[in-house]
Write a protein that binds this ligand. Structure first.
Ligand SMILES: *[C@@H]1O[C@H](CO)[C@@H](O)[C@H](O)[C@H]1NC(C)=O
Length: 256
């Protein structure tokens, strides 16, 4: 299977010419990815290209200004939430997320026109982990919390469909496909949460809360999902646009 993918990449789907970026400059994209043409092979080509390329993007693509993706580091994330019995605000600092490069690209569907792009990527991550420091204030039913500490979380068997939507944008006379939205609603099979020092000086309550979080993760995850989605969507569109607003559309996805 792997051999076939490599064969396909080198022979049919790809070409290794330098990529023209904004302003006519050329960059050598080397192994980073292979250009897929706008034809009926596009979906298969993109699926194989992403499968091959994402692990290589783990350390970033300096030529295109893409930062490290695995671990993905976010200095600060702030969320305000209010949903059913659960409300408050939290700031997470020095957030590190691991595991994005170990992805299985299951399927790609797309609709590409001259001025609109719609790509759905069906993907699967065996395991994602995240850790960081938090500071928060919140309440869940009668439990009121004002706290800070360290947390980590592991998620197993994460399935998601990336829904990527773009529209043509002309910048200095060149045509780009700006990514307008990049959404997903991951389904998680298993989650483990660890939070330290939720209640300073009260290890019993800390332990009870950790147990509560781990027993109720599914419900908590569902309630927090809309907020997480908003964050992901912005972060992913920004990363995608590092490519889409740098490489003109006709060079990134050339007509056959
Ligand atoms: C989370 O942190 C705890 C305590 O340091 C550690 O025992 C556990 O292995 C960590 N879990 C993950 C998924 O990093």
């Amino acid at each position: 299977m792997k051999f076939l993918v490599v064969l396909c990449l080198t022979i049919v789907c790809s070409y290794a010419e330098p990529l023209r970026i904004r302003g006519g400059q050329e960059v050598d994209i080397g192994d980073y990815f292979h250009v897929c043409k706008r034809n009926k092979e596009f979906n298969t080509c993109l699926q194989e290209t992403l499968q091959e390329a994402l692990p290589k993007w783990a350390k970033g693509i300096p030529e295109l200004g893409i930062t490290q993706l695995d671990p993905f580091i976010e200095p600060e994330i702030t969320i305000n939430f209010k949903q059913n019995q659960f409300q408050g605000h939290a700031t997470m600092r020095n957030v590190r997320m691991y595991g994005f490069s170990n992805v299985l690209i299951k399927n790609v569907e797309s609709e590409l026109t001259d001025d609109k792009l719609a790509i759905d990527v069906d993907c699967f991550f065996p395991r994602l982990e995240t850790e960081g420091n938090f500071k928060g204030q919140g309440s869940f039913n009668a439990i009121v919390l004002n706290t800070k500490g360290y947390y980590n979380m592991s998620m197993s068997e994460v399935s998601a469909i990336w829904k990527i939507r773009g529209e043509k944008e002309v910048i200095n006379g060149e045509e780009f496909m700006k990514i307008k939205s990049f959404t997903m609603r991951p389904k998680v099979e298993k989650m483990k949460i660890y939070v330290s020092d939720l209640f300073p000086g009260n290890p019993e309550l800390n332990q009870a809360t950790n147990m509560f979080l781990n027993e109720n993760w599914q419900r908590i995850y569902n309630e927090l999902l809309p907020y997480a989605e908003k964050y992901w969507s912005t972060a992913m569109a920004k990363i995608a646009n590092e490519v889409f607003l740098k490489v003109p559309y006709d060079d990134l996805i050339p007509l056959n």
